[in-house]
Ligand binder design. Sequence first.
Ligand code: MEV
Length: 305
Amino acid sequence: MITCSAPGKIYLFGEHAVVYGESAICCAVELRTKVHVEKSNDILIESTLGTTGIDYEIHPYVSYAIEKMQRLTDITGVRIRIESEIPVGSGLGSSAAVTVASIQALNHLYECGLSLEDIARTGHEIEKMVQGNASPTDTYVSTMGGVVMIPQRKQLPLLKCPIVIGNTNQFSSTKELVGNVANLRSEFPTIIESILFNIGQMSMIAEKFVHEGDYMTIGKLMNVNQGLLDAIGVGSAELSSLVYAARNSGAICAKITGAGGGGCIISLADDNTAMTIAKAIEDAGGEAIITKNTEEGVRLEPLNG
Ligand code: MEV
């Protein structure tokens, strides 16, 4: 049996803008999806969604991962078991993590010799097959780990502060949200294009402060980014309520992460405020997760891991 795991991700800056080629800063977080694989008589995929064979409705990402790997090697029977700490459909990159971890686990089991670059690229191809217009960000960050400037693929230093995530537990469809922004952009090109451009500029400006570990200034810019995400229509009352609960309880900043519409907010904290912020998020009806950045992308877990 082989076990591989891959991390979820958050956006410090730049979701939606990155779809139009603007810069974003994204980082892997210490919430992981584990994929266990072993050779078997049939193809079996097991998760909290149920047990299936190749099934593009229930397990699309893993099914496409098997299909892609079947082009490289003879996979007739394999048992794949998925365990995840990343809430599904929450903007934390659960689909990228399960895709990347599945490819790497099959890569090890069948000794296909794929590099990390190959895994990130194949993962992106699968996300596009399932979601339509997906950027390579999620699969790249889940594969490589760390804090990454996109599309430059530049690794930046890890943020050392705790990150408190607030989950609205409302499902959000990235495809739908990306489509809504595209429609707004067609209706008001001058306005929306300049907002997306300014979001990209924020990542460029923030890069220096990430290098300096200046979390107060990063936080000021993240709050501005939140305002612009609201302006392009990806906010919601629930997301705003968690953003203000975090800010009012001592967070350095708080903003949506990912597609918006539902899903999660992130806030930067310090060691003394993380618990208070988490409680404020819970009191406001959200689910709080205290986490931090990780430089580890997809990895092979030790035996029995
Ligand atoms: C979703 O996690 C982030 C978006 O920018 C879409 C994408 O990059 O594919 C909204």
